[in-house]
Design a protein around this ligand. Sequence first.
Ligand SMILES: *[C@@H]1O[C@H](CO)[C@@H](O)[C@H](O)[C@H]1NC(C)=O
Length: 199
Amino acid sequence: MWLLPALLLFLPGFSTAKDQITGPSMVSGQERGSLTVRCRYDPHWKGHKKYWCRGADWGTCATLVQTDTSEKLVEKNRVSIRDNQTDFIFVVTMEDLRTSDASIYWCGIERIGNDPGFKVNVNIDPDPQIPVLTVTTTAPVLTSTPSTRENTGNHGETQTNPPTWSLLSSIYFLILVFLELPLLLSMLSAVLWKHLFNV
Ligand SMILES: *[C@@H]1O[C@H](CO)[C@@H](O)[C@H](O)[C@H]1NC(C)=O
């Protein structure tokens, strides 16, 4: 009785490398906060290196942290990884999150041949503590931001500058309202017009 469902669960594991590891397809964290991702793997990958990779393309993503086949915690910059070989799970933690951390990541297992991987979408919600401009009918006013944002000295990471970002987003908003919206509306009315009178 149990054999058929068991086979159905088991068989796909052989079909592609991707089924050998699972995790959340979407994770959210708040700017300046942290997030944790748990990836479960097939027990036979126990003694393999596990890693966390950034980039939409699985073949070319950049590994941020990697275990050394043991359960030892490995930390690099604001990211850590720990393998649990009793539970067959590895845990990735990203700390001091920035909006620029939003990306596609992968839980991966190193092996000879095609590494098994699982795609994880990471969202970062902007910190409500950081003043973000609300667009009014008047020209945008730059608000001052606390200059006490700690810089932990990580390389390869540019910190987003909230005033610039706000200005850019208000410019984008203006473009959206004054250019894209009328364009969309005119296209919509053209389609409607055609539909109503031309058919
Ligand atoms: C692995 O998980 C088990 C059960 O949750 C826990 O007791 C153990 O301490 C964990 N090991 C590591 C290395 O975190």
